[in-house]
Design a protein around this ligand. Sequence first.
Ligand SMILES: [Fe+2]
Length: 125
Amino acid sequence: MAVKLNHTIVHARDQRASATFFAEVFGFPAPVRFGPFLDVEVANEVTLAFLETDQAIDVQHYAFLVSEPEFDEIFGRVQARGLDYWADPAHRRRGEINHNDGGRGVYFNDPAGHYLEIITRPYGG
Ligand SMILES: [Fe+2]
């Protein structure tokens, strides 16, 4: 199976703010301009192409598998920014993380309202 996800468009109200948020919070390289997009490269060779729109944004969900030390770093940056975070995707357990699958997980939002998640174990792992 050689088919790999290569890139996807992430809609943003302010593409610079959203792309920079991803780069800074997750520790990705700085965004790079590519035509109308601001590209952020994820570790597994997937490009997140941030595109600005003044239309209604359909909220998407982006989940990232991270190591335990990376979880500490990223979650630390989420807390340092004073962002709301939740243990669950329905946003019922505010200010908590989860320990699903024997790891750690937490949800927070990007500047456009997309639901972001970091997990240290894959679902069912
Ligand atoms: Fe998820």
